[in-house]
Design a protein around this ligand. Structure first.
Ligand SMILES: [Zn+2]
Length: 337
C-alpha cells in the first residue's frame, strides 16, 4: 500500500488512552457534542489539536458478570462505529497505520478501538480473533483485576505469579493478528513476562513513573528500560494521584517531568501521552481537559526539547510501534468500509 506522507499534515498529537467511549456506551455523555462534562468530546479534541486517539472499551469486572464481558466489547464497538458515523467530517475509525495516516492527512481525528481488561476474552484466546475482526487494535492485558491472562498491579494476591500460559498464548496471538499489547495495569512480573513472550514492541498506554511517585500502577526504571529496549512506548498518564502526593499539588509540570525522566533514561523514542481522560474524576492543573493538550508541546519546548523530539513524543513514537506491530502480523490490512 502506498504510504501517504504526513509531512504537510498537521503535527501528530496522539493520546494512547481515554475512557470517554465507556461514558458514551453507558449513556452518561454524548462525545459528539461539546460539553463541560469530563475531559473530552470530539469538538474539544479538535480544539486541542488531538488527531489520533485510542478509545478504550473498559469492561467492568464488577458491574458485569463473566459471560457478559465479551458481548460488552461488541456493544462498545457498535457505539464506536456509531459515534464515528455521526461525525464523518470530524473523525474516522482506523484499523491500520496507513488508514491512520490517511485520516490524519485529511484533517480528521483517527480513532483507534481498544479494550481495557483481558477478562473480556472470557478465558478464550479465540475471542482475540473476534475482537480483531470487530476492529479492536489495542488490548490492555489486565485492568485492576487479575484475569485468566495474568496478574494485575492492583491485586495483592497475584494468582499467576505473572503471565499465565493462556496469557502467553494470547500475547503470541496478538503478535500474529497485529494487535497492540498494552501493559498498563499489569503487575511488575506480568510486564516482564509479556515483554519476554512478545515478538513485537508493546505500549504502556496510561502509566506514571515509579521513581517519581512510588505507586504500583507506575513503571519502574527497569521496566522503562525493558519496554524501550524492545522498541515500545510509554504514554504518560495525566491522573493527578499517579503523578504526585498530595495529588492536589500535581500539575502539567509533573507530566513533563515524567516525559523528561523517560527521555533521560532511554532517549526520546519511547515517551508518549496517555491521558486517561474521562477515566478519573477531577482534573490536572494546566491539563484540565483535552483543549489544553497544547501545554505539553509548549512545556517541552520551554525545557529545550527539539521540534523533532516533541513530534516523536506527541505521536510519531506510537505510530512507529503500530507500524512494527502491523508489520509482524501475518494479515494484510483490512480497510474500513
Ligand atoms: Zn486504566
Amino acid at each position: 500500500m502506498t504510504r501517504i506522507s504526513i509531512s504537510n499534515s498537521p503535527q501528530l498529537l496522539i493520546d494512547l488512552h481515554t475512557d470517554a467511549l465507556y461514558e458514551y456506551v453507558c449513556g452518561r455523555k454524548d462525545i459528539t457534542q461539546r460539553s463541560d462534562k469530563g475531559h473530552l468530546d470530539f469538538p474539544r479534541m479538535k480544539e486541542g489539536g488531538v488527531n489520533g486517539q485510542v478509545f478504550a472499551v473498559w469492561v467492568s469486572p464488577t458491574e458485569l458478570k463473566p459471560g457478559e464481558y465479551r458481548d460488552f466489547v461488541f456493544k462498545g464497538a457498535d457505539a464506536f462505529d456509531q459515534v464515528c458515523a455521526r461525525c464523518v467530517d470530524t473523525v474516522a475509525p482506523v484499523r491500520t497505520p496507513d488508514e491512520f495516516r490517511q485520516v490524519v492527512a485529511s484533517g480528521r481525528i483517527a480513532a483507534i478501538l481498544g479494550v481495557e481488561g483481558g477478562h473480556a476474552l472470557e478465558g478464550n484466546v479465540e475471542n482475540l480473533d473476534r475482537f480483531h475482526e470487530r476492529g479492536v487494535r489495542v488490548l490492555t492485558v489486565t485492568w485492576s483485576n487479575s484475569n485468566e491472562l495474568g496478574d494485575s498491579s492492583s491485586d495483592e494476591n497475584k494468582p499467576h505469579n505473572g503471565l499465565s500460559s493462556l496469557g502467553r498464548q494470547a500475547v503470541r496471538r496478538m503478535n500474529e493478528l497485529g494487535m497492540i499489547i498494552d501493559v498498563s495495569h499489569s503487575s511488575d512480573r506480568t510486564v516482564f513476562d509479556i515483554l519476554d513472550a512478545s515478538l513485537s514492541p508493546v505500549i504502556a498506554s496510561h502509566s506514571g513513573i515509579r521513581a517519581r511517585r512510588d505507586f504500583n500502577r507506575n513503571l519502574t526504571d527497569e521496566q522503562i528500560r525493558a519496554i524501550g529496549a524492545q522498541g515500545g512506548v510509554i504514554g504518560v498518564v495525566f491522573l493527578p494521584y499517579f503523578l504526585r502526593e498530595p495529588e492536589e499539588n500535581a500539575t502539567v509540570e509533573d507530566v513533563l517531568d515524567c516525559i523528561d525522566h523517560i527521555c533521560q533514561l532511554v532517549g526520546p523514542d519511547h515517551a508518549g501521552l496517555g491521558s486517561d481522560f474521562d477515566g478519573f474524576g477531577g482534573a490536572l492543573r494546566g491539563l484540565e481537559d483535552v483543549t489544553k493538550m497544547g501545554a505539553i508541546g509548549a512545556g517541552l519546548r520551554n525545557r529545550g526539547f527539539s521540534d523533532r523530539d516533541i513530534a516523536k513524543i506527541s505521536g510519531l513514537n506510537f505510530l512507529r510501534v503500530w507500524d512494527a506491530v502491523a508489520a509482524r502480523s501475518g494479515r494484510s490490512p483490512q480497510p474500513v468500509d
